[in-house]
Write a protein that binds this ligand. Structure first.
Ligand SMILES: *[C@@H]1O[C@H](CO)[C@@H](O)[C@H](O)[C@H]1NC(C)=O
Length: 474
């Protein structure tokens, strides 16, 4: 038993290496080489060079956007007269957010006071012919106030208690703030990739104050200038300022950071893109496109009475969208990608094996060569045949040694004690005679080889033990 465990232990220390069958088949050989080339090309070209598979990447970009607009415009409307619009007036909200609205057109209803006046004819619920259609105390659905119970014949609408007069009129067909096209947007964008501990801003450290005062972003000439002209931004979306300014619209400014941190930091720069967000090609003139909302400014007159100016403003909403990813060399993705490439090579071996062994005219021949059926009883015979084939008569010395070794191996198994005999010649003789009479199983050890397999089959039943017994007698 101890001996067996020992054997197992020592066999653990053996190194096993695979034995290969070389198929001299040009078709499959070329196919396999092509496959290997393909895999290597894929691995180097696509995975490593194109997709930068050797890098650890991070897409969770953290960013902050601060905006500031500059420019003024003087407007002159029939209801309201002259008005000066500064950034504090036309940027809503004014605190410089990522999403901001620039007023380009408006309808103002000045000097509204709480009182009684007819509802606007644009509100369906406010229309009436008789007083009983205007129930006192009811609010006008989607209207401006509360019904008083009177129907006013001049307008055909109910009288309401509201901020009077109610808003009326159409949006001007030309944007009132026409100079808005020359307003500038200064975008400050700070980004950070926390995992790769990298941070940067779109305002380059090399940019000085005078440059920032005069430069205007341009894809070709000033790609790193953070100041944008409103007109340019809209033109780059494929629309004109006029299209958006009259009825309003929504524009997306994309800032894309694609950083290869294996290169110098100065190579990591933002790329801007511009798109109109509120319109598909078909809905250019539909109800859905455009953007407006209302707000009011309240005042007290000399008598202490409150009044207000109501503004309905049309304008362009800017939405600054930041995204990006960064990558830096890391050993783990590199190893994983190489490993998966090698695994793909294994797939090539499998495919070529399948073709070679099952899909070719000579497949059965290759199968016979590759697969060696080994059953317990025949194993000895297989070995013996090989020995005969490979070692001719002129290699007797080698054979003697092997025989000697096998004889000693037999000892513990059969518990037959043999005299140690180091002389190969004396060892051979009894074995040979034993073989002659009884044991075909020991054929390879003998100098006399059996000529026919038939004899081997016939005497298969004789066990090695009996062989040894004969040996001992002699
Ligand atoms: C905007 O500026 C350009 C040149 O800077 C000028 O030609 C154009 O008239 C300006 N637009 C408006 C509406 O004033």
């Amino acid at each position: 038993m101890a001996r067996t465990w020992g054997n197992i232990f020592f066999s653990l220390l053996d190194y096993k290496t695979e034995k290969f069958v070389i198929a001299k088949n040009k078709k499959v050989g070329v196919l396999f080489r092509l496959f290997q080339l393909g895999v290597i090309g894929y691995l180097i070209g696509w995975v490593f060079l194109w997709k930068k598979g050797y890098q650890e990447t991070e897409e969770a970009i953290q960013s902050s956007v601060i905006t500031k607009l500059k420019g003024v415009d003087l407007t002159n409307s029939s209801q309201f007269g002259l008005q000066l619009w500064g950034a504090e007036d036309y940027v809503i909200p004014p605190q410089g957010e990522r999403i901001f609205f620039v007023v380009t057109n408006y309808i103002v209803t000045p000097n509204q006071r709480l009182g009684y006046c007819p509802e606007s004819p644009k509100v369906p619920d406010g229309l009436c012919n008789y007083d009983n259609e205007c129930v006192e105390g009811e609010t006008v659905i989607a209207g401006h106030g509360v019904k008083t119970g009177r129907c006013i014949n001049d307008t055909g609408t109910c009288e309401i208690h509201a901020w009077c007069p109610v808003e009326h009129g159409q949006a001007p067909s030309e944007p009132l703030l026409s100079k808005a096209e020359n307003f500038t947007i200064f975008v400050k964008n700070f980004i950070k990739f926390p995992k790769l501990s990298f941070s940067k801003s779109n305002v380059l450290p090399t940019a000085n104050k005078t440059y920032l005062k005069t430069c205007r972003y341009d894809k070709d000439h000033h790609p790193y200038c953070p100041i944008f002209l409103v007109r340019d931004v809209i033109n780059w979306t494929g629309y004109s300022f006029q299209d958006l300014a009259t009825k309003g619209g929504s524009v997306g400014v994309g800032i894309e950071w694609n950083c290869d941190l294996d290169k110098d930091e100065s190579q990591c720069n933002p790329e801007y893109s511009f798109t109109r967000l509120d319109s598909s090609i078909n809905s250019q003139n539909s109800v859905t496109s455009g953007y407006n909302f209302r707000f009011a400014r309240y005042y007290n007159d000399a008598a202490g009475q409150t009044y207000r100016n109501l503004f309905k403003v049309y304008g362009i909403r800017f939405d600054i969208l930041v995204n990006g990813k960064a990558g830096r060399f890391s050993i783990i993705p590199t190893v994983i990608n190489i490993g998966s490439g090698l695994a793909l090579m294994g797939a090539g071996v499998f495919v070529c094996d399948m073709i070679l062994l099952y899909m070719m005219s000579k497949s059965s021949f290759y199968r016979e060569t590759k697969f060696e059926a080994v059953t317990k009883k025949q194993s000895g015979k297989h070995r013996e045949r090989k020995h005969v084939r490979h070692h001719g008569h002129h290699r007797q010395d080698g054979r003697h040694k092997r025989e000697e070794k096998q004889a000693t191996e037999m000892q513990p198994l059969t518990s037959v004690s043999c005299q140690p005999n180091n002389n190969p010649e004396t060892q051979i003789k009894p074995t040979a005679s034993a073989l002659k009479t009884h044991s075909p199983e020991r054929k390879p050890q003998g100098t006399v080889s059996f000529r026919t397999q038939h004899a081997t089959e016939k005497q298969k039943n004789i066990s090695p033990v009996s062989t040894l017994r004969t040996q001992r007698k002699q």
